[in-house]
Design a protein around this ligand. Structure first.
Ligand code: 2DT
Length: 212
């Protein structure tokens, strides 16, 4: 649309292995967009603040055990419980920078051996990101950065499987960023791509649903 009330925000997702730099780049992007006067928020999945999120958090910190299918559906439910708020925010002009989304859901669960199509199914109908920024790093390099916590999944052998699964998910909305560049170079690249996306969404690019 042409009037300012109809300008929608952009749904921008950061994905990548643990220690790829998603979280620090997400907050830099928020500061950047706010500095330009855009309305923007930083979200992350899992959102551990909800009841479902607390079950996920217990599982990740090895305080509970859940069947692989069950935890997969909880991660998905954790996105579904935020879907309507997400849509409202976007439609009222707020850009959302989201640290992990459905691609983490599919990559981590299919890395355990769950069927790919089964993993994707519960994500159908969630909002489709306008842009996915994939911070690309070799699992060995990420592991060298240290700081793997004690959570489930934070192990080199498993991260190698996740990296392979991520590769099968790339589509036209993905931009692959070399995460081994100096931090400021990554920051500059992301700023350029994100600003372009925000402007395209303001011009009226329609929202759509996964997987498309
Ligand atoms: P962090 O909170 O440190 O990002 O770790 N995960 C995440 C899944 O297995 N499925 C999902 O749908 C999502 C969003 C990735 C969260 C861990 O949970 C994994 C790492």
């Amino acid at each position: 649309g042409s009037n300012s009330e109809s300008k929608r925000g952009a749904l921008i997702v950061l994905e990548g292995l643990d220690r790829s730099g998603k979280t620090s780049q997400s907050s830099k992007l928020l500061t950047y967009l706010e500095g330009l006067g855009h309305s923007a928020e930083l979200w992350r999945f899992p959102d551990r603040s909800t009841n479902v999120g607390q079950m996920i958090s217990m599982y990740l910190s090895n305080k509970s055990q859940l069947d692989d299918h069950t935890i997969h559906l909880l991660f998905s439910a954790n996105r579904w419980e935020k879907r309507s708020l997400m849509e409202t925010k976007l439609k009222t002009g707020t850009t959302l920078i989201v640290d992990r989304y459905s691609y983490s859901g599919v990559a981590f669960s299919s890395a355990k051996g769950l069927d790919l199509e089964w993993c994707k199914a519960p994500e159908i109908g969630l909002l489709s990101p306008d842009l996915v920024l994939y911070l690309d790093i070799q699992p060995e390099k990420a592991a060298e950065r240290g700081g793997y916590g004690g959570e489930r999944y934070e192990q080199l052998e498993f991260q190698k499987k996740v990296a392979k699964c991520y590769q099968g998910l790339h589509d036209a909305s993905w931009k692959i960023i070399d995460a081994c560049q100096p931090i400021e170079d990554i920051e500059k690249q992301l700023q350029e791509i994100v600003l372009d996306c925000v402007l395209t969404c303001q011009k009226g690019k329609p929202l759509s649903n996964l997987w498309s």
